[in-house]
Design a protein around this ligand. Structure first.
Ligand code: QAP
Ligand code: CO
Length: 168
């Protein structure tokens, strides 16, 4: 399988808003499998289609130890069930090597469609809740650095731009 190219902050394509999926065909399944492969190869636990320059509402997540419990989320949405704010040191495959404490509501109800178009819902807490919220942000063109101060965000941006220049 081919590993997809992951966009890196501050690539402007990470700011595009993804559109809903209405065709549940073999092409969608292929894209989801390619994203899962890319995520596992990159040692990630979540990847949104936006990050691989595909601007549709598709997310893959696997928060299991063994990387054997993939979740494919099409057109995901959530509502907050417990507004208590929890902090988690988050990373992002589009912001490599940076980890920051981010604050989000604790408990959510996630609704999504499967790759076959079936509607499902689950209640999530802990790392799954964090990951779902982080990935749905990507579909809106939002990044975890947007929750940081402009100063911190700019420092991260400058370091990543310098690293990219060094490899180009
Ligand atoms: C989002 O993030 C997330 O910097 C998914 O060098 C993070 O998979 C949700 C990664 C934390 C919940 C909690 C980051 C891999 C992976 C890096 C990721 C890196 C290599 C990030
Ligand atoms: Co991310």
């Amino acid at each position: 399988m081919n590993k997809l190219n992951i966009l890196t902050f501050p690539d402007p394509r990470l700011r595009k808003k993804a559109t809903p999926i209405d065709v549940f065909d073999i092409e969608l399944k292929k894209m989801a499998e390619a994203m899962l492969y890319t995520m596992y190869k990159s040692n990630g636990i979540g990847l949104a289609a936006t990050q691989v320059d595909f601007h549709k509402r598709l997310i893959v997540i696997d928060v299991s130890e063994e990387q054997n419990e993939p979740l494919f989320l099409v057109n995901p949405e959530f509502t907050v069930l417990d507004e208590t704010i929890e902090q988690y040191k988050e990373g992002c495959l589009s912001i490599p090597t940076f980890y920051e404490e981010i604050y989000r509501p604790k408990k959510i109800e996630l609704r999504f469609q499967t790759l076959e178009g079936k509607h499902e819902s689950v209640i999530a807490e802990g790392i799954l809740s964090v990951c779902v919220q982080h990935e749905i942000d990507h579909l809106e063109g939002k990044l975890m650095v947007d929750y940081l101060s402009p100063l911190k965000r700019d420092r991260i941006k400058n370091k990543l731009v310098k690293k990219k220049d060094a490899t180009n």
